[in-house]
Design a protein around this ligand. Structure first.
Ligand code: UD1
Length: 346
């Protein structure tokens, strides 16, 4: 049985991916510093899969601790590296925190891969590396643009660190997955997105507004050059997204990769506006959502969606869930994750 290290495995996308890996028969070791997630997530993973991943709590930007971990835990076949700070606004205020956390942790992991002979890595990247593209939809060949935030820049620089380290060490094989907007929750409603404090992202803000925790949703701008004036994104179901990680791992372990470093867009190929999201949520759940249109949010782009044909063809993977079903899953999670709420609404 192949053993997969999942960093950030108690986080939003990480936890869903751990579930998919366990269900696909992999052994999983989770490393997370729990800075933005709770240890209870492991219980939920166990409830869903009947299996409990091994777990170690430490910060991967600590080189000594990372070296120690790899020295002790043998037999890791591949790594999926999710662990990172991800709040765009916070990154503007605390750039050094973001550069240290996000860049140093990947560098430590790559150093350990070389030292301890772990060949394969899948890296969590983001469509943020494309900025506002000149042409839509975005293919993997679309040029990257300067990042709008230190957070976005860490994704871009980490891609470069990975690409250059693999070029210098052909023993390493890596895949960067550029996520569009992951949303929704596991159909069990046992794991989902758990933002600390006031949510910055659209869907958790929608579900918290529907639940009465927030007074109303602010729609950031209705004067964009889009059919209804609100901004457009490509919202991908988190379980569909997680399954792509299992496919990427299988690709690397089976040596099916075409290059030592590969990049894939993970989206649905469909652009949806903020106002369409509101309407689809209402239709899917029967809950009326109070919202007001306010000014644009600084740093937001107007529209982006993925060309998924390369990922569909090469990975044999496709995002299958409909948006209504996905938003219903986010709502079920919002209603069901009661115990955790005490932790997060402070
Ligand atoms: C943001 C980041 C992206 C990051 C991702 C991580 C920016 C520019 N991009 O994506 O780099 O990878 O989060 O989760 O910050 N919206 C509202 N009201 C709200 C919240 C959002 O109208 O209360 C709108 C936004 O203006 C945007 C859309 O909803 O048009 C999606 O926003 P969000 O969920 O924050 O994702 P991104 O901004 O696309």
């Amino acid at each position: 049985m192949n053993k997969i290290l999942v960093t950030g495995g108690t986080g939003y996308i990480g936890s869903h991916t751990v579930v998919e890996l366990l269900q696909a028969g992999y052994e999983v070791v989770v490393v997370d510093d729990l800075s933005n997630s709770g240890i209870e997530v492991l219980d939920s993973i166990e409830k869903i899969t009947g299996k409990r991943p091994l777990f170690e709590k430490f910060d991967l930007s600590d080189r000594e601790l990372t070296l120690d971990f790899f020295g002790r835990v043998s037999g890791i076949s591949a790594i999926i590296h999710f662990a990172a700070s991800k709040a765009v606004g916070e990154s503007v205020e605390k750039p050094l925190l973001y550069y240290r956390n996000n860049l140093v942790s990947l560098m430590n992991i790559l150093e350990c891969q070389l030292k301890f002979g772990v060949q394969h890595i899948v890296f969590s990247s983001s469509c943020t590396v494309y900025g506002q593209p000149d042409h839509l939809p975005v293919t993997e060949a679309t040029p990257r643009k300067d990042a709008e935030s230190p957070y976005g820049n860490t994704k871009r620089v980490n891609e470069d660190i990975l690409r250059d380290t693999i070029a210098a060490n052909p023993v390493l094989k890596g895949i960067a997955l550029r996520y569009f907007n992951p949303v929704g929750a596991h159909p069990s409603a046992l794991i989902g997105e758990l933002p600390l404090g006031v949510p910055q992202n659209l869907v958790p803000f929608i579900t918290q507004t529907a639940a009465g925790i927030r007074d109303e949703l602010h729609v950031f701008g209705d004067d964009y050059n889009t059919p209804d004036g609100s901004a457009i994104r490509d919202y991908i179901n988190v379980v569909d997204l997680s399954k792509a990680h299992v496919v990427a791992i299988e690709r690397l372990l089976a040596g099916k990769n075409r290059q030592n470093y590969e990049v894939f867009n993970l989206g649905t190929g469909k652009g949806v506006s903020v106002l369409e999201m509101v309407r689809t949520f209402e239709k899917a759940t029967g809950v009326n959502l109070k919202y007001t249109v306010v000014g644009r949010r600084a740093g937001d782009i107007e529209k982006i969606w993925a060309d998924t044909s390369y990922a569909n063809r090469e990975l044999g993977w496709k995002a299958l869930s409909g948006l209504e079903e996905t938003l219903r899953s986010a709502w079920e999670w919002e209603k069901g994750c009661g115990g955790y709420k005490l932790l997060i609404y402070k």
